[in-house]
Design a protein around this ligand. Structure first.
Ligand code: ACM
Length: 260
């Protein structure tokens, strides 16, 4: 299975061009799974809840969803992307996984970061896994990495590949994802963005360094911190299945949750 990510540099609010630019960047490539960053088409730093709502799309429809669905069909791939989700008069920081036959899975970010708490509602969907081409994938978004329970939940639910749209501003996540992969014996695909946003007086620099990591912690592919980048690697998702790390230790069977 070929897994891929695209690390972009969106211009805040320019949804049409940001989508067009991502489509052009991935067009020459083939893949079975593509992960795009958190809020990849809108940009990150909304001034207000109302502004975020003005860019929101309901789950399963809208300009960005339609473009991602078309891409999934063209590439016969699952496409995962972050977007502001309008639901019931509220706005969530969400990720959708769109399958080539048109079905989709939606995840609302559980752990909101910093000023996101002034914009978005805390997610209500819970962590989501789904199957595609014989592999099980799981969804989490950016700051969810800081809570080991996020990826543990997905791994306990059988996820072999953790799909992780991100907009990272702190430096620690790229290294931490090696540990998260090892803790759970899973593949991880972190699709981050680069560039700067400076709105309402706060300057944010996004760190890039998107990564694809193997269950043994090996970094299979890595982007830099300044360039938009497409990365892809061929993996065997079943490498995530055996949680036995030696004759006597199994990462899941040895857990003793009543002591935690
Ligand atoms: C983040 O969760 N976007 C840092």
């Amino acid at each position: 299975m070929r897994v891929a990510l695209y690390q972009n540099y969106p211009k805040f609010g320019d949804v049409e061009n940001n989508v067009k630019q991502a489509l052009a960047a991935v067009a020459p490539h083939s893949f079975d799974l593509l992960v795009l960053p958190e809020l990849f088409a809108t940009g990150y730093q909304f001034k207000s809840r109302e502004e975020a709502m003005s860019y929101g799309e309901p789950v399963g429809s809208g300009f960005t969803f339609d473009a991602m669905k078309e891409l999934a069909i063209q590439k016969k791939a699952v496409v995962i992307y972050g977007y502001p989700e309008l639901e019931g008069g509220k706005i969530y920081n969400s990720a959708a996984a769109v399958m080539p036959e048109g079905s989709f899975v939606n995840y609302q970010k559980v752990h909101l970061f910093d000023t996101e708490k002034q914009i978005f509602e805390p997610g209500q969907t819970g962590f989501k896994t789904f199957d595609f081409n014989g592999a099980r994938m799981g969804l989490m978004i950016c700051f969810d990495w800081r809570f080991p329970e996020s990826m543990r939940r997905l791994a306990l639910d059988g996820a072999q590949i953790i799909c992780h749209p991100a907009n990272l501003v702190l430096p620690h996540c790229p290294q931490a994802m090696i540990i998260r992969a090892l803790e759970n014996n899973v593949f991880t695909v972190t699709a981050d963005r680069i560039g700067v946003e400076e709105r309402h007086g706060q300057r944010l620099e996004f760190i890039g360094r998107s990564r694809i990591i193997a269950p043994d912690g090996e970094v299979l592919a890595e982007a830099g911190d300044e360039e938009a980048s497409f990365l892809s690697v061929d993996i065997d998702p079943s490498a995530a299945d055996n949680k036995q790390i030696n004759e006597r230790n199994d990462l899941f069977a040895d857990r003793r949750p009543h002591f935690y």
